[in-house]
Write a protein of this length. Structure first.
Length: 258
């Protein structure tokens, strides 16, 4: 009996020592990890302090801060517009982009100006009341990304449209592509059928120029070339860009950055 008691105490002592060893290992591991974290934080703070004390680094930060998040230049965006062909799905508005309501307001104003250019007083050349057409017109605007698969670049555009169904069944419409952030107009496609007359070729460019902030006087240098169905021409702008016009008399016309 005495021997059994001795063995029992020995076993208990062994278990106790084992537990102490495991506890010590656990505490030691946690302590080592904690010390390593403190050491890493200390090293990081020393490196960070040296980085921000560097004069050259501070200068670069100040110079580049103003351009962070700013839209690309118009020249660059126009180049992207010409390259991006694949159309993405409709998406929601992101921070920094123009809202749908703003685009619809601009679309309505642009449609009104376009109709007035193709009217004689208070009526379109085809006879419809200008005020009636404006009142019954409908507007849509969809935000999409357009992609250039080879380079991986993309350009976000508001694709907006104003349209009206005439009594004859013809649908008058104006389709416009706006930059999602700046509101610059990249293209216009207008179908007014009998209201698209030869005498309004140059005037058709006016809304496009005004929407992008160009002076009307640039039209003085526009020389459209007659074709079998209408006119075509390129207008060189005062910033190195150019706009092309394809005009089909009695049907429609298209204006876009070239």
């Amino acid at each position: 009996m005495k021997l059994k008691r001795i063995r029992l105490f020995a076993d208990r002592d062994r278990v106790t020592r084992t537990r102490i060893v495991y506890i010590a290992l656990t505490v030691g591991t946690v302590a080592a990890a904690f010390l390593l974290v403190l050491l890493n934080r200390l090293i990081f703070r020393l490196a960070e302090s040296g980085l921000y004390d560097n004069i050259e680094y501070e200068v670069v930060s100040i110079i580049s801060a103003d351009s962070i998040g700013a839209p690309l230049s118009l020249h660059t965006r126009v180049d992207l517009f010409r390259q991006c062909e694949r159309e993405g799905a409709e998406r929601a508005v992101m921070p920094g982009e123009l809202s749908q309501s703003v685009i619809l307001e601009r679309m309505e104003a642009l449609w009104r100006e376009t109709l007035e250019l193709h009217s004689n007083g208070d009526k379109l050349y085809s006879g419809e009341s200008l005020s009636s057409v404006q009142r019954k017109s409908r507007y849509t605007a969809t935000l999409r990304d357009f992609y250039h698969d080879e380079s991986g670049t993309k350009l976000a555009l508001w694709c907006a449209q104003a349209y009206y169904t005439a009594d004859s069944g013809s649908v008058y419409c104006l389709s416009v592509q706006f930059d999602s952030r700046t509101g610059d107009v990249y293209s216009e496609n207008c179908a007014l059928f009998g209201n698209v007359r030869d005498g309004d070729v140059s005037g058709a460019l006016l809304p496009f120029l005004r929407e992008n902030g160009y002076p009307d006087a640039l039209l003085d240098d526009f020389r459209p070339i007659a074709t079998g169905s209408g006119y075509t021409g390129v207008l060189e702008l005062n910033d190195g860009l150019a706009v092309s016009l394809t005009y089909t008399t009695g049907e429609q016309y298209e204006i876009t950055f070239r």
